[in-house]
Design a protein around this ligand. Structure first.
Ligand SMILES: *Cc1c(COP(=O)(O)O)cnc(C)c1O
Length: 431
């Protein structure tokens, strides 16, 4: 007897953060187009997740499809050691054009977590090259998320992250309190008091501060006051500490600015990009830094080599698609698209805060979040969402969406309607 595909999947394939013993149901997607996922039997659902912040220009985008096909006809991959190619050069040019001027040295990595590892290596090697090996620790704020590899995990939220599980294998880093003020709050200087104290106390051992600018994503979908970021930039300058901005989720317009650092008019020393970099077509990430950091590393021990070089570094197919995705970004329509999404999300989601099951409703750029008072039963919530024609993947107490930029007003309303349906059922005690 042959197992059905879904049964085989359930028994043999791990999905993100699931158990092999009693996994949550997985839905089989046959194809996708625009903002729509097409499931078995032709069931269509609108994707509210952009496949985790990535598919900003929609599925089967004709321009990205065309570039992918034409690159396959030349070469899909070639090693990057001792070899270069046009897609990598074009991508780096585009990245230099889009990012702040001081960021001009590019490492093309293969996933977001790896780009964070590379960023941290850059920071450590920067101080090693200056014979200041005592500067080896990282400071971050609670509530963050930076990926699932070990050094990245070490700077994820120490309570909600995986620290308890991997306690002995994770380096201890410094965690300042999560920013308490949201972008709309009035700034008070006391909010930055702890940061000031910690820099004063620990700067001699600090290599870098790493954080997600303005939007803390997978660690809790919270938005914080830009003044925190400005203060951290200033403290980094005053105390000789590098600033790593993890814009893997926020980069390329999601927050209403091209990069979230712009909300605070801050330029990091090291910048991590990923997720939407290829328009969500395939895995690719980049770590950018300044001439100064790159050249200082170059003067370091071991011939000054930056010690990283993944097999699929600079994959030409991914670089070609990313270059076209950035060309679409450079044309600028994202600004209007994100503004429109933000306006509509505010109109349709913020009023849901009045329901007793909702703790908080918040919107920032093209990100809409309902924080519930109770944890969400993902399996039953998702079953209902499919019936309502939407794909929304809650986690913990968070029901949130960050749709593709190309979404229509009608499609977006279908997503917010489903969120309202969930909230109403909670208040009525029917789910
Ligand atoms: C998703 C994410 C990462 C990790 O990227 P992967 O491609 O999943 O390894 C790192 N930092 C932030 C802010 C992210 O949102």
């Amino acid at each position: 007897m042959t197992k059905s595909d879904i049964e085989f999947d359930r028994q043999h394939i791990w999905h993100p953060y699931t158990s092999m013993l009693n996994p949550l149901p997985a839905y089989k997607v046959e194809s996708a187009e625009g903002c729509t996922l097409i499931l078995e039997e032709g069931i269509k659902v609108i994707d509210g997740m952009s496949s985790w912040w990535a598919v900003i220009h929609g599925y089967r985008n004709p321009r990205l499809d065309a570039v992918a096909h034409s690159q396959i006809d030349k070469m899909s991959h070639v090693m990057f050691g001792g070899i270069t190619h046009q897609p990598a050069i074009d991508l780096a040019r585009r990245l230099l054009d889009l990012t702040p001027a001081p960021l001009e040295r590019v490492f093309i990595a293969d996933s977001g977590s790896v780009s964070v590892e590379v960023a941290i290596k850059m920071a450590l090697q920067f101080w090693l090259a200056q014979e200041r090996s005592e500067k080896h620790r990282l400071l971050t704020v609670k509530g963050g998320y930076h990926g699932d590899t070990f050094k990245a995990m070490s700077v994820c939220d120490p309570v909600n992250g995986m620290h308890h599980l991997f306690n002995k294998a994770i380096n201890s880093q410094l965690f300042a309190d999560a920013p308490a003020l949201s972008p709309d709050d009035e700034w008070t200087d006391s909010a930055g008091q702890q940061l000031k104290l910690w820099f004063e106390q620990f700067h001699k051992e600090l290599a870098a501060v790493i954080l997600e600018p303005i939007v803390q994503g997978a660690g809790g979908m919270r938005f914080y006051h830009p003044e925190y970021l400005r203060l951290i930039r200033k403290l980094c300058d005053d105390y000789d500490v590098l600033l790593i901005a993890d814009e893997i989720a926020t980069g390329f317009g999601r927050t209403g600015k091209l990069f979230a650092c712009e909300h605070a008019e801050v330029t990091p020393d090291i910048l991590c990009l990923g997720k939407a970099l290829t328009g969500g077509y395939m895995t690719l990430a980049a770590t950018l830094t300044t001439k100064k950091v790159a050249e200082t590393i170059g003067e370091g021990p071991g011939g000054g080599a930056l010690m990283h070089g993944p097999t699929f570094m600079g994959n030409p197919l991914a670089c070609a698609v990313a270059t076209e995705s950035l060309a679409i970004i450079a044309e600028g329509n994202w600004q209007q698209q994100v503004n429109d999404i933000e306006r509509q999300l505010k109109k349709e989601l913020l009023p849901l805060a009045k329901y007793s099951s909702v703790k908080d409703a918040r919107v920032f750029g093209a990100i809409g979040v309902l924080e519930m008072n109770q944890p969400i039963d993902v399996a039953s919530a998702q079953k209902r969402f499919i019936e309502l024609g939407v794909w929304i993947r809650p986690f913990g107490r968070l029901l949130y969406i960050m749709p593709p930029y190309i979404i229509s007003a009608e499609e977006l309303s279908q997503l917010t309607y489903a969120m309202k349906d969930y909230v109403e059922n909670q208040d009525n005690g029917t789910v």
